[in-house]
Design a protein around this ligand. Structure first.
Ligand code: GLN
Ligand code: ZN
Length: 751
């Protein structure tokens, strides 16, 4: 059986691309130097796959920043304001990606969004009425040729026109239908250029097909591909989908003249059923995505082989479920994890071996093959460590545990009396600037250069200063500043049983930013109180109310590599119980305002609307309630979400039953306010009054204006005043100035 990889990680095994790009941005490396690093990464990635014996290897899966941006660039979808800068081609590319501020002008970056249900972000192509779509770039051709010179005959992977159009933002009067014909013609040209250079297999990535599709969508898709497929110029065309099944269009797609069709059998819950009920044409090849491109666990060969057997399709290639871009490079990089752990993991490089081994076993009587037996031995008995106590606690959860009593309206009154806060209370989201001294203190402690006492002493000094600053500024609800935290998930992971950490398992999040998600290895429980000492100390520094600060179960899970042996629901409940212990300990220590951040709640909303509740919200929202349901009525529970794009799930957000929610709103035209009003949102709200993602200091007038708009939609008694997210990426000076203006604005509207 042949094998196929959709895409390979491209940041470099030691994050070479990040470091080289950052040097280039600072002017410490010239363009030729950066290109050389990129070329070396592409070479290593290609040869690694070739040596592993993969049949279909992609070229053009590399990117300096993002593949969607590459595609925009390829077809001249470059807004005039970037062209006007008069920069070099690569500099223009980076201007779209990161914005430009310098002697040639000042332009913001394109908008950035989450790539489907991953933590990777793409740049949103911007199409206006003057956009002249035209094949002007040559990246796919260049990278195809470069690979061939290295002796690797690749398939050329490109983001398909349908997905490209669906993800683009139309800023003028033109709509998709006005430009889809022209764009298709340019793709046809690309196919013809590629084939003239010898490329004989072209992969069109169309992940948008796994979403809910309308009748117009299906018509559009057929229009586009009927044209492309009748102009193949001798090439074979692979339609590649991922991140789910293509139930809305499967029956249509198999009738089109594609030569190969790639389908995800890992996240595609209905994929097998679709193939079995509709059949699969014998003149086409099915690329069956069965090796998980998103998670890091070993493939269970028995399960995979049984799906392959079950398919009943003549021509099958074994593939990854999505690009391997979403997993780290190689286990070889991990020197500290013992083999007891490592043998259960497969990062990108190890997945290549899996593809090969499974492909070799397929169609054979495999039960006695060495590779099969070795693989199955990994699954004999338990892989993940277990904790009977935690399991019993989860099993004992009853419906009542999900309900906080008394009801919100009663609590709200009690809290108003006890807390005695002014109208429009002011607060922040939790973190204060993580200046270099804060990071150095943490690193020194980790390296063993300073004692625990020294480490704690330093942080206490920072907390005391931070509180004094907040008192001077006049904020009503005080925070401790989160100086002890590197990252809101890693910090809790490090303090919970059941977590495993890697050294170099970096995954691209966007551009040069990479994340290192922790791995949930076993049943999760809390070893000891995590944040209590810090919050207690903070409280001892002031007479004002201090808000305790925690990360919620849904976010902790969403930003980790999850287990596969138990359900996501079960994992979230375990984490929820651990965080609940922390909530109750904070309360017992006199902290009567507790914020439980759910920054990532919105991002794992399933791609299909019909799955929103049954596959996610129906357990994610109760899990959040479980965390705070046992607190006293007078304890005020806050939550925070980073995106305000939850207009369509407002009832679910209200059902979290928090007392206050703060969220990002400053960049979204306050649209959400209308929906809150329409939905009779009961929870008190703090829509961020200024954008913390920029160093700009908002004026008092500006904040008053934002608050005035908010007051039109939100009752005064429910409105909080706060920035839109944590301040940790900001500097001391702008933070102080901004918060002074925020407090002044609140004072003015109170008046
Ligand atoms: N409490 C966290 C902070 O202030 C929240 C961060 C976030 O929403 N991403 O940093
Ligand atoms: Zn946030």
């Amino acid at each position: 059986m042949n094998t196929s990889v959709i895409g390979y990680p491209r940041i470099g095994k030691d994050r070479e691309l990040k470091f080289a790009s950052e040097k280039f941005f600072k002017g410490e490396l010239d363009e030729a130097g950066l290109q050389a690093v990129a070329k070396q990464i592409r070479k290593e990635d290609l040869l690694k796959q070739k040596e592993a014996g993969i049949t279909y290897i992609s070229s053009n899966d590399f990117s300096f920043y993002d593949n969607v941006l590459d595609t925009a660039f390829l077809f001249n979808v470059i807004p005039q304001r970037y062209k006007d800068l008069g920069l070099s081609e690569l500099e223009t590319y980076f201007a779209l990606a990161r914005g430009y501020q310098g002697d040639k002008g000042n332009v913001k970056a394109l908008a950035m969004k989450k790539w489907f249900n991953t933590n990777y972000h793409y740049l949103v192509p911007e199409i206006d009425d003057d956009t002249e779509i035209k094949l002007t770039g040559s990246k796919p051709v260049d990278e195809y040729k470069e690979a061939r010179e290295l002796g690797v005959d690749t398939k050329v992977a490109i983001v398909g026109p349908f997905t490209f159009l669906k993800l683009a933002k139309f800023t003028g009067a033109k709509k998709i239908s006005d430009i889809s014909g022209k764009l298709t013609d340019e793709y046809v040209k690309l196919v013809s250029v590629l084939t003239s250079k010898g490329a004989d297999l072209i992969e069109f990535d169309e992940p948008y097909l796994v979403r809910d599709l309308s009748a117009e969508d299906i018509t559009l898709f057929k229009e586009i591909y009927n044209k492309i497929l009748s102009n193949k110029n001798g090439a074979k065309i692979l339609l590649q989908t991922y991140f789910g099944d293509i139930r809305d269009i499967y029956a249509e797609v198999i009738k089109l003249d594609f030569d190969l069709i790639g389908i995800d059998f890992v996240e595609g819950r209905k994929s097998l059923e679709l193939v079995k009920t509709n059949g699969f044409p014998s003149d086409k090849v099915l690329v069956a995505g069965l090796v998980n491109g998103k998670n890091i666990w070993r493939n269970d060969y028995k399960k995979t082989l049984s799906v392959l057997n079950d398919l009943g399709v003549e021509n099958v290639v074994l593939g990854t479920s999505c690009s391997l871009l979403h997993v780290p490079y190689s286990l070889e990089n991990e020197t500290k994890l013992t083999d007891d752990y490592k043998k259960h993991f497969a990062f990108a490089e190890e997945k290549l071996t899996e593809l090969n081994e499974i492909a070799a076993l397929a169609g054979k009587d495999f039960a006695n093959e060495e590779s099969f037996k070795k693989n199955q031995a990994l699954f004999e008995g338990r892989v993940n460590s277990e904790d009977k106590d935690v399991q019993a606690k989860v099993a004992a959860i009853t419906d009542a545990d999900y309900v906080r009593l008394p009801v919100f309206e009663v609590r709200e009154k009690i809290q108003k009396e006890i807390l005695n806060l002014p109208l429009f209370p002011t607060t922040t989201i939790g973190s204060f600037p993580q200046t270099s001294d804060v990071r150095k203190n943490r690193q020194d402690f980790k390296k063993g250069n300073i004692t625990k006492e020294q480490y704690v002493e330093f942080n206490k000094k920072k907390i005391a200063e931070c509180i004094k600053l907040q008192e001077e500024i006049g904020l009503d609800v005080i925070v401790h500043g989160e100086f002890e935290r590197n990252d809101m998930v890693e910090y809790f992971g490090e303090n919970l049983n059941g977590y495993v950490f890697t050294e170099k398992a970096w995954v691209q999040s966007y551009g040069t930013r990479n994340v290192k998600p922790p791995i949930i290895w076993g049943d999760v429980s809390r070893r000891a109180p995590i944040t209590v000492e810090w919050s207690k100390f903070a409280k001892s520094c002031t007479d004002k109310p201090v808000k305790g600060m925690l990360t919620g179960p849904v976010t902790i899970l969403n930003w980790s590599f999850p287990r596969e042996d138990i359900s996501i629901k079960e994992s979230i409940l375990q984490i929820a119980l651990a965080i609940r212990d922390e909530v109750l300990d904070l309360e017992a220590n006199g902290i009567n305002i507790i914020q439980i951040d759910e920054a990532a709640l919105r991002e794992k909303l399933p791609l299909r609307k019909s799955d929103w509740y049954s596959e996610y919200l129906d357990f994610a929202i109760p899990a959040f309630r479980l965390v705070h349901s046992k607190v006293k009525p007078e304890t005020q529970i806050h939550t925070h979400m980073c995106y305000s794009e939850f207009t369509d799930i407002i009832p679910a957000i209200d059902a979290m039953d928090a007392d206050v929610i703060t969220f990002e709103a400053s960049r979204s035209d306050l649209q959400i306010l209308d929906s809150l009003k329409e939905n009779n949102f009961k929870t008190e709200v703090g829509p961020g009054v200024y954008d913390i993602h920029s160093p700009r200091v908002p004026s008092v007038e500006e904040i008053v204006a934002a608050l005035t708009k908010m007051r039109a939609k939100i009752e005064d008694s429910k409105l909080w005043v706060n920035p839109d997210c944590g301040l940790k990426t900001r500097g001391d000076e702008e933070t102080k100035k901004s918060l002074i203006n925020l407090v002044e604005a609140a004072r003015q509207i109170r008046g």
